[in-house]
Design a protein around this ligand. Structure first.
Ligand code: UD1
Length: 415
Protein backbone atom coordinates (compact mmCIF):
# COMPACT_ATOMS: atom_id res chain seq x y z
CA UNK A 1 0.00 0.00 0.00
CA UNK A 2 1.25 3.48 -0.92
CA UNK A 3 1.12 6.66 1.13
CA UNK A 4 1.06 10.22 -0.21
CA UNK A 5 2.74 12.88 1.91
CA UNK A 6 1.95 16.53 1.32
CA UNK A 7 3.32 19.67 2.95
CA UNK A 8 0.56 22.23 2.51
CA UNK A 9 0.39 25.97 2.15
CA UNK A 10 2.25 26.36 -1.17
CA UNK A 11 0.82 28.54 -3.94
CA UNK A 12 0.63 26.55 -7.17
CA UNK A 13 0.99 27.93 -10.68
CA UNK A 14 1.93 26.73 -14.14
CA UNK A 15 0.07 24.24 -16.30
CA UNK A 16 -1.47 20.82 -15.77
CA UNK A 17 -2.47 18.77 -18.81
CA UNK A 18 -5.51 16.56 -18.26
CA UNK A 19 -5.19 12.87 -19.26
CA UNK A 20 -7.68 10.60 -21.03
CA UNK A 21 -10.84 9.76 -19.09
CA UNK A 22 -10.67 6.81 -16.72
CA UNK A 23 -14.40 6.17 -17.00
CA UNK A 24 -14.08 6.01 -20.81
CA UNK A 25 -11.02 3.80 -21.11
CA UNK A 26 -12.38 1.28 -18.60
CA UNK A 27 -15.34 0.77 -20.95
CA UNK A 28 -13.42 1.08 -24.23
CA UNK A 29 -11.01 -1.75 -23.37
CA UNK A 30 -13.77 -4.35 -22.77
CA UNK A 31 -15.69 -2.91 -25.78
CA UNK A 32 -12.65 -3.59 -27.97
CA UNK A 33 -13.18 -7.36 -27.72
CA UNK A 34 -16.38 -6.99 -29.77
CA UNK A 35 -14.24 -6.07 -32.77
CA UNK A 36 -13.51 -8.72 -35.41
CA UNK A 37 -10.15 -7.05 -36.20
CA UNK A 38 -7.75 -4.99 -34.09
CA UNK A 39 -8.38 -1.50 -32.71
CA UNK A 40 -6.10 1.47 -32.04
CA UNK A 41 -6.80 3.76 -29.10
CA UNK A 42 -5.04 7.07 -28.36
CA UNK A 43 -4.92 9.32 -25.28
CA UNK A 44 -4.97 6.25 -23.01
CA UNK A 45 -4.25 7.23 -19.37
CA UNK A 46 -1.71 5.10 -17.45
CA UNK A 47 -3.73 4.03 -14.44
CA UNK A 48 -3.76 0.97 -12.24
CA UNK A 49 -7.36 0.30 -13.37
CA UNK A 50 -6.05 0.15 -16.96
CA UNK A 51 -3.36 -2.35 -15.83
CA UNK A 52 -6.09 -4.48 -14.23
CA UNK A 53 -8.05 -4.53 -17.50
CA UNK A 54 -4.92 -5.45 -19.48
CA UNK A 55 -4.59 -8.44 -17.13
CA UNK A 56 -8.16 -9.54 -17.95
CA UNK A 57 -7.63 -9.04 -21.70
CA UNK A 58 -4.38 -11.03 -21.67
CA UNK A 59 -6.04 -13.76 -19.63
CA UNK A 60 -8.64 -13.99 -22.42
CA UNK A 61 -5.82 -14.29 -24.94
CA UNK A 62 -6.38 -10.82 -26.37
CA UNK A 63 -3.24 -9.11 -27.71
CA UNK A 64 -2.42 -5.78 -26.05
CA UNK A 65 0.43 -3.56 -27.21
CA UNK A 66 0.95 -0.17 -25.64
CA UNK A 67 3.37 2.69 -25.95
CA UNK A 68 2.95 5.95 -24.04
CA UNK A 69 -0.68 6.98 -24.59
CA UNK A 70 -1.31 4.53 -27.47
CA UNK A 71 -2.83 1.07 -27.14
CA UNK A 72 -3.53 -1.58 -29.79
CA UNK A 73 -5.97 -4.30 -28.79
CA UNK A 74 -6.17 -7.39 -30.95
CA UNK A 75 -8.99 -9.81 -30.07
CA UNK A 76 -8.71 -12.01 -33.18
CA UNK A 77 -7.23 -14.97 -31.25
CA UNK A 78 -9.19 -14.54 -28.03
CA UNK A 79 -10.82 -17.33 -26.05
CA UNK A 80 -13.99 -16.90 -24.05
CA UNK A 81 -13.18 -18.15 -20.55
CA UNK A 82 -14.63 -17.66 -17.12
CA UNK A 83 -13.20 -14.40 -15.66
CA UNK A 84 -12.14 -15.33 -12.13
CA UNK A 85 -12.66 -13.46 -8.91
CA UNK A 86 -9.05 -12.30 -8.47
CA UNK A 87 -9.26 -10.43 -11.81
CA UNK A 88 -12.83 -9.10 -11.76
CA UNK A 89 -12.67 -7.93 -8.12
CA UNK A 90 -9.92 -5.43 -8.88
CA UNK A 91 -12.31 -2.94 -10.42
CA UNK A 92 -15.99 -2.30 -10.86
CA UNK A 93 -15.70 -1.74 -14.61
CA UNK A 94 -14.84 -5.43 -15.08
CA UNK A 95 -18.62 -5.75 -15.44
CA UNK A 96 -18.32 -4.33 -18.97
CA UNK A 97 -17.01 -7.77 -19.98
CA UNK A 98 -20.55 -9.02 -19.30
CA UNK A 99 -22.05 -6.97 -22.14
CA UNK A 100 -19.02 -7.36 -24.41
CA UNK A 101 -18.64 -11.16 -24.10
CA UNK A 102 -22.40 -11.71 -24.21
CA UNK A 103 -22.59 -9.57 -27.36
CA UNK A 104 -19.69 -11.41 -28.99
CA UNK A 105 -20.23 -15.04 -27.92
CA UNK A 106 -23.72 -15.24 -26.43
CA UNK A 107 -22.11 -16.62 -23.27
CA UNK A 108 -20.22 -15.06 -20.35
CA UNK A 109 -19.18 -16.34 -16.97
CA UNK A 110 -17.64 -13.81 -14.61
CA UNK A 111 -17.23 -13.21 -10.92
CA UNK A 112 -19.10 -10.22 -9.46
CA UNK A 113 -17.21 -6.90 -9.90
CA UNK A 114 -15.24 -4.99 -7.26
CA UNK A 115 -14.68 -1.23 -7.08
CA UNK A 116 -14.91 1.64 -4.60
CA UNK A 117 -17.08 1.04 -1.56
CA UNK A 118 -19.48 3.97 -1.72
CA UNK A 119 -22.62 2.17 -0.62
CA UNK A 120 -24.57 -0.64 -2.27
CA UNK A 121 -23.81 -0.73 -5.98
CA UNK A 122 -26.22 -3.27 -7.46
CA UNK A 123 -26.19 -4.29 -11.14
CA UNK A 124 -29.87 -5.26 -11.38
CA UNK A 125 -30.50 -2.81 -14.25
CA UNK A 126 -27.70 -4.36 -16.32
CA UNK A 127 -29.12 -7.85 -15.74
CA UNK A 128 -32.70 -6.80 -16.46
CA UNK A 129 -31.54 -5.34 -19.77
CA UNK A 130 -29.60 -8.50 -20.74
CA UNK A 131 -32.74 -10.54 -19.99
CA UNK A 132 -34.85 -8.23 -22.17
CA UNK A 133 -32.39 -8.92 -25.01
CA UNK A 134 -33.09 -12.64 -24.62
CA UNK A 135 -30.40 -13.80 -22.17
CA UNK A 136 -30.87 -16.12 -19.23
CA UNK A 137 -28.97 -15.48 -16.03
CA UNK A 138 -27.86 -17.86 -13.33
CA UNK A 139 -25.60 -17.52 -10.32
CA UNK A 140 -23.14 -20.05 -8.91
CA UNK A 141 -21.62 -18.78 -5.70
CA UNK A 142 -19.87 -15.52 -6.54
CA UNK A 143 -20.06 -16.20 -10.29
CA UNK A 144 -22.68 -15.07 -12.72
CA UNK A 145 -23.46 -16.89 -15.95
CA UNK A 146 -25.26 -15.00 -18.71
CA UNK A 147 -26.14 -16.78 -21.94
CA UNK A 148 -28.36 -16.50 -24.99
CA UNK A 149 -28.88 -18.59 -28.11
CA UNK A 150 -29.62 -15.40 -29.93
CA UNK A 151 -29.77 -11.80 -28.71
CA UNK A 152 -32.74 -9.93 -30.17
CA UNK A 153 -33.13 -6.16 -30.27
CA UNK A 154 -35.90 -4.81 -28.05
CA UNK A 155 -37.08 -1.76 -26.11
CA UNK A 156 -35.43 -1.36 -22.70
CA UNK A 157 -36.50 1.24 -20.17
CA UNK A 158 -33.94 1.93 -17.41
CA UNK A 159 -35.59 2.68 -14.06
CA UNK A 160 -32.58 4.88 -13.31
CA UNK A 161 -30.27 6.51 -15.87
CA UNK A 162 -27.29 4.34 -14.90
CA UNK A 163 -23.97 4.97 -16.66
CA UNK A 164 -22.80 1.37 -16.28
CA UNK A 165 -26.11 -0.19 -17.40
CA UNK A 166 -26.38 2.10 -20.44
CA UNK A 167 -22.87 1.19 -21.64
CA UNK A 168 -23.23 -2.52 -20.85
CA UNK A 169 -26.50 -2.73 -22.79
CA UNK A 170 -25.00 -0.91 -25.78
CA UNK A 171 -22.20 -3.50 -25.78
CA UNK A 172 -24.65 -6.41 -25.62
CA UNK A 173 -26.95 -4.96 -28.31
CA UNK A 174 -24.38 -3.90 -30.88
CA UNK A 175 -24.36 -7.29 -32.62
CA UNK A 176 -27.90 -8.35 -31.63
CA UNK A 177 -30.50 -9.06 -34.30
CA UNK A 178 -32.63 -6.02 -35.10
CA UNK A 179 -33.14 -2.74 -33.28
CA UNK A 180 -32.62 -2.02 -29.58
CA UNK A 181 -33.87 1.18 -27.98
CA UNK A 182 -32.59 2.17 -24.53
CA UNK A 183 -35.02 4.63 -22.93
CA UNK A 184 -34.03 6.81 -19.96
CA UNK A 185 -30.42 6.16 -20.97
CA UNK A 186 -27.64 7.96 -19.10
CA UNK A 187 -26.19 10.95 -20.99
CA UNK A 188 -22.64 11.14 -19.58
CA UNK A 189 -19.87 12.10 -22.07
CA UNK A 190 -18.16 8.73 -21.57
CA UNK A 191 -21.24 7.02 -23.06
CA UNK A 192 -20.91 9.17 -26.19
CA UNK A 193 -17.20 8.26 -26.34
CA UNK A 194 -17.98 4.52 -26.20
CA UNK A 195 -20.76 4.84 -28.82
CA UNK A 196 -18.38 6.73 -31.13
CA UNK A 197 -15.77 3.98 -30.69
CA UNK A 198 -18.29 1.29 -31.64
CA UNK A 199 -19.58 3.35 -34.59
CA UNK A 200 -15.97 3.81 -35.76
CA UNK A 201 -15.88 -0.02 -35.96
CA UNK A 202 -19.07 -0.04 -38.06
CA UNK A 203 -21.76 -0.26 -35.36
CA UNK A 204 -25.01 1.64 -35.91
CA UNK A 205 -25.71 3.57 -32.72
CA UNK A 206 -27.56 6.88 -32.67
CA UNK A 207 -28.78 9.14 -29.89
CA UNK A 208 -25.86 8.62 -27.46
CA UNK A 209 -25.74 11.73 -25.26
CA UNK A 210 -29.56 11.91 -25.17
CA UNK A 211 -31.90 9.82 -23.04
CA UNK A 212 -32.91 7.61 -25.99
CA UNK A 213 -30.24 5.48 -27.65
CA UNK A 214 -31.03 3.42 -30.76
CA UNK A 215 -28.84 0.49 -31.77
CA UNK A 216 -29.30 -1.30 -35.08
CA UNK A 217 -27.47 -4.65 -34.76
CA UNK A 218 -24.61 -5.43 -37.19
CA UNK A 219 -22.76 -8.68 -37.86
CA UNK A 220 -19.18 -7.53 -38.30
CA UNK A 221 -17.05 -4.85 -36.61
CA UNK A 222 -13.86 -3.71 -38.30
CA UNK A 223 -10.57 -2.11 -37.28
CA UNK A 224 -10.63 1.54 -36.20
CA UNK A 225 -8.73 4.45 -34.65
CA UNK A 226 -10.19 6.15 -31.62
CA UNK A 227 -9.32 8.86 -29.11
CA UNK A 228 -10.23 8.80 -25.40
CA UNK A 229 -11.96 12.03 -24.29
CA UNK A 230 -10.28 14.14 -21.56
CA UNK A 231 -11.07 13.13 -18.00
CA UNK A 232 -13.66 15.61 -16.69
CA UNK A 233 -13.27 14.37 -13.11
CA UNK A 234 -9.49 14.79 -13.20
CA UNK A 235 -9.93 18.23 -14.82
CA UNK A 236 -12.33 19.19 -12.03
CA UNK A 237 -9.87 17.99 -9.39
CA UNK A 238 -7.09 20.26 -10.65
CA UNK A 239 -9.46 23.21 -11.13
CA UNK A 240 -10.57 22.86 -7.50
CA UNK A 241 -6.90 22.70 -6.49
CA UNK A 242 -6.40 25.95 -8.42
CA UNK A 243 -9.38 27.46 -6.60
CA UNK A 244 -7.86 26.39 -3.27
CA UNK A 245 -4.18 27.27 -3.68
CA UNK A 246 -3.66 28.41 -7.29
CA UNK A 247 -2.29 31.56 -8.83
CA UNK A 248 -3.21 31.58 -12.54
CA UNK A 249 -3.09 27.79 -12.68
CA UNK A 250 -3.87 26.61 -16.20
CA UNK A 251 -5.67 23.27 -16.52
CA UNK A 252 -5.57 22.31 -20.19
CA UNK A 253 -6.79 19.60 -22.59
CA UNK A 254 -10.33 19.61 -21.25
CA UNK A 255 -13.81 20.04 -22.71
CA UNK A 256 -15.42 22.99 -20.87
CA UNK A 257 -18.99 21.80 -21.61
CA UNK A 258 -18.24 18.61 -19.64
CA UNK A 259 -17.45 20.51 -16.45
CA UNK A 260 -19.93 23.38 -16.69
CA UNK A 261 -21.78 22.37 -13.50
CA UNK A 262 -18.50 22.66 -11.59
CA UNK A 263 -17.15 25.90 -13.10
CA UNK A 264 -20.51 27.63 -12.51
CA UNK A 265 -20.54 26.47 -8.88
CA UNK A 266 -16.99 27.75 -8.39
CA UNK A 267 -17.98 31.15 -9.84
CA UNK A 268 -20.83 31.21 -7.30
CA UNK A 269 -18.20 30.63 -4.59
CA UNK A 270 -16.35 33.70 -5.88
CA UNK A 271 -13.49 31.86 -7.62
CA UNK A 272 -11.99 33.80 -10.56
CA UNK A 273 -12.00 31.60 -13.66
CA UNK A 274 -11.12 32.14 -17.29
CA UNK A 275 -12.68 29.45 -19.46
CA UNK A 276 -11.01 29.03 -22.86
CA UNK A 277 -11.82 26.65 -25.73
CA UNK A 278 -9.95 23.73 -24.11
CA UNK A 279 -8.56 25.13 -20.86
CA UNK A 280 -9.45 26.86 -17.61
CA UNK A 281 -7.22 29.35 -15.79
CA UNK A 282 -8.03 29.54 -12.11
CA UNK A 283 -6.80 31.43 -9.04
CA UNK A 284 -7.57 31.45 -5.35
CA UNK A 285 -9.97 34.30 -4.40
CA UNK A 286 -9.59 36.50 -1.29
CA UNK A 287 -12.75 35.03 0.19
CA UNK A 288 -15.18 32.22 -0.67
CA UNK A 289 -18.98 32.28 -0.56
CA UNK A 290 -20.76 29.24 0.89
CA UNK A 291 -22.73 27.22 -1.70
CA UNK A 292 -25.27 24.40 -1.84
CA UNK A 293 -24.59 21.42 -4.08
CA UNK A 294 -26.96 18.64 -5.11
CA UNK A 295 -25.52 15.76 -7.11
CA UNK A 296 -27.43 14.75 -10.23
CA UNK A 297 -26.96 12.76 -13.41
CA UNK A 298 -25.16 14.58 -16.25
CA UNK A 299 -25.34 17.50 -16.98
CA UNK A 300 -26.08 18.06 -13.29
CA UNK A 301 -23.43 18.35 -10.60
CA UNK A 302 -21.25 15.22 -10.78
CA UNK A 303 -21.23 12.96 -7.71
CA UNK A 304 -17.45 12.47 -8.08
CA UNK A 305 -16.91 16.26 -7.90
CA UNK A 306 -18.95 16.42 -4.71
CA UNK A 307 -16.20 14.72 -2.70
CA UNK A 308 -13.67 17.16 -4.12
CA UNK A 309 -15.51 20.46 -3.64
CA UNK A 310 -16.17 19.46 -0.02
CA UNK A 311 -12.52 20.24 0.75
CA UNK A 312 -12.92 23.73 -0.72
CA UNK A 313 -16.16 24.42 1.17
CA UNK A 314 -14.12 24.34 4.38
CA UNK A 315 -12.73 27.75 3.35
CA UNK A 316 -16.11 29.44 2.73
CA UNK A 317 -17.49 32.15 5.02
CA UNK A 318 -20.57 30.37 6.32
CA UNK A 319 -22.34 27.04 5.92
CA UNK A 320 -22.23 25.09 2.64
CA UNK A 321 -24.25 21.97 2.00
CA UNK A 322 -23.99 18.86 -0.16
CA UNK A 323 -26.92 16.61 -0.98
CA UNK A 324 -25.83 13.27 -2.45
CA UNK A 325 -28.66 11.80 -4.52
CA UNK A 326 -26.80 9.18 -6.60
CA UNK A 327 -25.00 7.06 -3.99
CA UNK A 328 -26.08 6.09 -0.52
CA UNK A 329 -22.71 6.34 1.21
CA UNK A 330 -20.38 8.83 -0.42
CA UNK A 331 -19.41 10.97 2.57
CA UNK A 332 -16.60 8.91 4.07
CA UNK A 333 -14.09 11.59 3.06
CA UNK A 334 -15.83 14.04 5.40
CA UNK A 335 -14.89 12.05 8.49
CA UNK A 336 -11.25 12.22 7.40
CA UNK A 337 -11.58 15.94 6.67
CA UNK A 338 -12.91 16.39 10.21
CA UNK A 339 -9.64 14.89 11.54
CA UNK A 340 -7.91 17.86 9.87
CA UNK A 341 -10.16 20.31 11.72
CA UNK A 342 -13.14 20.69 9.34
CA UNK A 343 -16.48 21.39 11.01
CA UNK A 344 -18.93 18.99 9.42
CA UNK A 345 -22.35 17.55 10.17
CA UNK A 346 -23.74 14.63 8.17
CA UNK A 347 -27.49 14.01 8.26
CA UNK A 348 -28.49 11.11 6.01
CA UNK A 349 -27.90 12.11 2.40
CA UNK A 350 -27.03 15.70 3.34
CA UNK A 351 -23.82 17.14 4.74
CA UNK A 352 -23.22 20.61 6.13
CA UNK A 353 -19.76 22.15 6.13
CA UNK A 354 -19.18 25.18 8.32
CA UNK A 355 -16.41 27.61 7.47
CA UNK A 356 -14.05 29.23 7.32
CA UNK A 357 -11.64 26.79 8.94
CA UNK A 358 -7.88 26.53 8.58
CA UNK A 359 -7.13 22.85 8.12
CA UNK A 360 -4.19 21.28 9.93
CA UNK A 361 -2.20 18.44 8.41
CA UNK A 362 -2.44 15.02 10.04
CA UNK A 363 -2.66 11.32 9.11
CA UNK A 364 -5.78 10.49 7.12
CA UNK A 365 -7.05 7.54 5.10
CA UNK A 366 -8.24 7.42 1.48
CA UNK A 367 -11.43 5.36 1.74
CA UNK A 368 -12.17 5.43 -2.01
CA UNK A 369 -10.80 7.06 -5.17
CA UNK A 370 -12.46 10.50 -5.04
CA UNK A 371 -12.35 10.61 -1.23
CA UNK A 372 -8.59 10.23 -1.59
CA UNK A 373 -8.41 13.00 -4.19
CA UNK A 374 -10.45 15.23 -1.87
CA UNK A 375 -7.82 14.63 0.82
CA UNK A 376 -5.05 15.62 -1.61
CA UNK A 377 -6.86 18.97 -2.05
CA UNK A 378 -7.21 19.28 1.73
CA UNK A 379 -3.52 18.43 2.24
CA UNK A 380 -2.45 21.13 -0.24
CA UNK A 381 -4.34 23.83 1.60
CA UNK A 382 -3.65 22.66 5.18
CA UNK A 383 -0.96 23.93 7.51
CA UNK A 384 1.84 21.41 7.94
CA UNK A 385 2.19 17.83 6.79
CA UNK A 386 -0.65 15.52 5.72
CA UNK A 387 -0.07 11.81 5.33
CA UNK A 388 -2.69 10.08 3.16
CA UNK A 389 -2.69 6.35 3.75
CA UNK A 390 -4.27 3.85 1.34
CA UNK A 391 -3.20 6.06 -1.58
CA UNK A 392 -3.53 3.16 -4.04
CA UNK A 393 -7.15 4.18 -4.41
CA UNK A 394 -5.97 7.53 -5.80
CA UNK A 395 -3.58 5.89 -8.27
CA UNK A 396 -6.51 3.96 -9.76
CA UNK A 397 -7.90 7.14 -11.28
CA UNK A 398 -5.15 9.79 -11.54
CA UNK A 399 -2.30 9.45 -14.01
CA UNK A 400 1.01 10.76 -12.58
CA UNK A 401 -0.76 12.81 -9.93
CA UNK A 402 2.37 13.28 -7.84
CA UNK A 403 4.47 14.41 -10.84
CA UNK A 404 1.72 16.69 -12.13
CA UNK A 405 1.37 18.44 -8.76
CA UNK A 406 5.14 18.60 -8.13
CA UNK A 407 5.57 20.31 -11.51
CA UNK A 408 3.33 23.20 -10.47
CA UNK A 409 5.12 23.70 -7.14
CA UNK A 410 3.49 21.31 -4.67
CA UNK A 411 5.52 19.52 -2.01
CA UNK A 412 4.17 16.02 -2.46
CA UNK A 413 5.69 12.55 -2.51
CA UNK A 414 4.53 8.99 -3.00
CA UNK A 415 5.95 6.49 -0.55
C1 UD1 B 1 -20.16 5.53 -13.02
C2 UD1 B 1 -18.75 6.02 -12.82
C3 UD1 B 1 -18.61 6.71 -11.47
C4 UD1 B 1 -19.65 7.79 -11.30
C5 UD1 B 1 -21.05 7.24 -11.62
C6 UD1 B 1 -22.12 8.32 -11.62
C7 UD1 B 1 -17.48 4.40 -14.08
C8 UD1 B 1 -16.52 3.26 -14.06
N1 UD1 B 1 -17.85 4.88 -12.89
O1 UD1 B 1 -20.39 4.54 -12.03
O2 UD1 B 1 -17.32 7.29 -11.38
O3 UD1 B 1 -19.64 8.26 -9.99
O4 UD1 B 1 -21.06 6.62 -12.91
O5 UD1 B 1 -21.82 9.29 -12.56
O6 UD1 B 1 -17.86 4.89 -15.13
N2 UD1 B 1 -27.60 1.39 -9.79
C9 UD1 B 1 -28.54 0.43 -9.48
N3 UD1 B 1 -28.65 -0.66 -10.27
C10 UD1 B 1 -27.87 -0.83 -11.37
C11 UD1 B 1 -26.91 0.15 -11.70
C12 UD1 B 1 -26.81 1.25 -10.87
O7 UD1 B 1 -29.26 0.55 -8.49
O8 UD1 B 1 -28.01 -1.85 -12.06
C13 UD1 B 1 -27.44 2.56 -8.89
C14 UD1 B 1 -26.05 2.53 -8.23
O9 UD1 B 1 -26.04 1.73 -7.11
C15 UD1 B 1 -25.86 4.00 -7.91
C16 UD1 B 1 -26.55 4.70 -9.09
O10 UD1 B 1 -27.43 3.74 -9.64
O11 UD1 B 1 -26.50 4.33 -6.72
C17 UD1 B 1 -25.59 5.21 -10.14
O12 UD1 B 1 -24.91 4.14 -10.74
P1 UD1 B 1 -24.30 4.20 -12.19
O13 UD1 B 1 -24.80 5.41 -12.93
O14 UD1 B 1 -24.49 2.88 -12.82
O15 UD1 B 1 -22.79 4.44 -11.89
P2 UD1 B 1 -21.58 3.50 -12.17
O16 UD1 B 1 -21.64 3.05 -13.60
O17 UD1 B 1 -21.44 2.52 -11.08
Amino acid sequence: MHTINITGGKTLSGEIVVSGAKNSIVALMPAAVLCDEDVNIYNVPRLSDVDSLVEILEYLNVGVESKEDYMKINPTSMTNKMVPNELSKKLRASYYFMGALLGKYGHVEISFPGGCVIGARPIDLHLKGFKALGATISEEGDNIIIEANELKGTNIYLDFASVGATINLMLAAVKAKGKTIIENAAKEPEIVNVATFLNNMGARISGAGTNKIKIEGVEYLHSCFHEVIPDRIEAGTYIIIGAAVGNNLKVSNLIPEHIYSLTEKLREMGVPLEVGPDYVIVSKPDKYNPVDVQTLVFPGFVTDHQQLIASLMVLANGTSSIEETIYENRFQNLYELAKMGARIKVEGKKAYIHGPTKLVGTTVMATDLRAGAGLVIAGLLANGKTEIQNADYILRGYENIVEKLSNIGATIELI
